[in-house]
Design a protein around this ligand. Structure first.
Ligand SMILES: NC(=O)C1=CN([C@@H]2O[C@H](COP(=O)(O)OP(=O)(O)OC[C@H]3O[C@@H](n4cnc5c(N)ncnc54)[C@H](O)[C@@H]3O)[C@@H](O)[C@H]2O)C=CC1
Ligand SMILES: O=C(O)[C@@H]1CCC=N1
Length: 279
């Protein structure tokens, strides 16, 4: 059902790209596209605040336009504003879109049907859930094309998003779960990192030392998962010596129902994504 599409490809089939909303995600994708070799003349952004527009021009040497001019210019228009701002933005740009313009939305909980209802009939739309590790080209972007998308539209979005990491395609019905697992996922890892660093400090380690130990441990563990393809239970067993320190720690985590708390937390994120789609 889930199809792996591509990883770290970056040639420019997606034409001119207009990014509407240059916050965390919009700014991250913009920087990734430029890092991947896209010329500043092929990308524009829109920004509401003049200071942010000036900063983007200075930092990246790109054109910063208003929403309508950017949307009229782009072959692909990437929507990177907060979910509550999406509908108003689409209504604003809708009259300016040229036929065949591809609209790619990064907004959590905004369904393809809701996006289409604010766009001209037949507009190809792709719903995407990215995540912030795109900032270091290790993102996970998961896309679902609308029925108006032709294969070349999906390829365009894949090409665009693969500049900043992995890309998968899933049926739209999976998007709330995807949002809960990989969209919000980096926050869970940072939360664990914070807790481990504070624990090291509590045990008397200098903060810088504790931070270095934790960051390298998380990086090493993630790299092992990726490179060995071994199930996490087996990797955890390999660390857990009989009667040893890890078994003592894991017993406490089980007593405190930490695994169950993670499952419930990710379920809550999924439910919140479903709620957002009803607003
Ligand atoms: N931050 C994250 O980890 C992820 C965010 N997303 C989605 O990405 C979208 C953007 O999120 P963030 O970048 O975190 O938010 P953000 O608040 O950092 O960025 C949104 C940007 O849009 C601008 N903006 C708002 N209304 C606008 C308008 N009408 N025209 C032009 N610009 C406008 C804001 O000034 C701001 O710069 C959201 O829909 C979110 O659900 C998806 C996956 C991960
Ligand atoms: O917290 C949020 O709603 C967004 C979507 C996934 C990550 N950040």
């Amino acid at each position: 059902m889930v199809e792996q599409v591509s990883e770290q490809v970056s040639e420019q089939a997606s034409g001119r790209v207009a990014i509407l909303g240059a916050g965390n995600m919009g700014g991250t994708i913009l920087a990734g596209l430029l890092r991947a070799g896209r010329g500043p003349a092929d990308v524009v952004v829109s920004a509401r605040r003049p200071e942010r527009a000036a900063e983007l021009r200075r930092q990246h040497g790109i054109e910063v336009l208003d929403n309508v001019s950017a949307a009229a210019w782009g072959d692909t228009v990437l929507i990177a504003v907060k979910p509550r701002d999406v509908s108003g933005l689409l209504k604003e740009i809708s009259p300016a879109l040229r036929p065949g313009t591809l609209v790619v939305s990064l907004a959590a909980g905004q369904t393809i049907a809701a996006l289409e209802s604010d766009l001209p009939e037949g507009t190809p739309v792709i719903r995407v859930m990215p995540n912030t590790p795109s900032l270091v080209d290790q993102g996970m972007s998961v896309l679902s094309p609308s029925e108006h998308c032709r294969p070349e539209h999906t390829e365009r979005a894949q090409e665009l998003l693969s500049a900043t990491g992995k890309v998968l395609q899933v049926p739209e019905a999976y998007q709330d779960a995807v949002t809960a697992v990989s969209g919000s996922g980096p926050a869970y890892v940072f939360y664990v990192a914070e807790a481990m660093i504070e624990a090291g400090v509590l045990l008397g380690l200098p903060r810088t030392t504790s931070t270095e130990l934790v960051v390298q441990t998380l990086f090493g563990a993630a790299t092992m998962l990726r490179q060995t393809g071994t199930h996490p239970s087996i990797l955890r067993e390999q660390v857990t010596s009989p009667g040893g320190t890890t078994a003592a720690a894991l017993r406490l985590l089980d007593d405190q129902r930490v695994r169950g708390a993670f499952v419930s937390a990710i379920e809550a994120a999924c439910q919140r994504s479903e709620q957002l789609s009803k607003n």
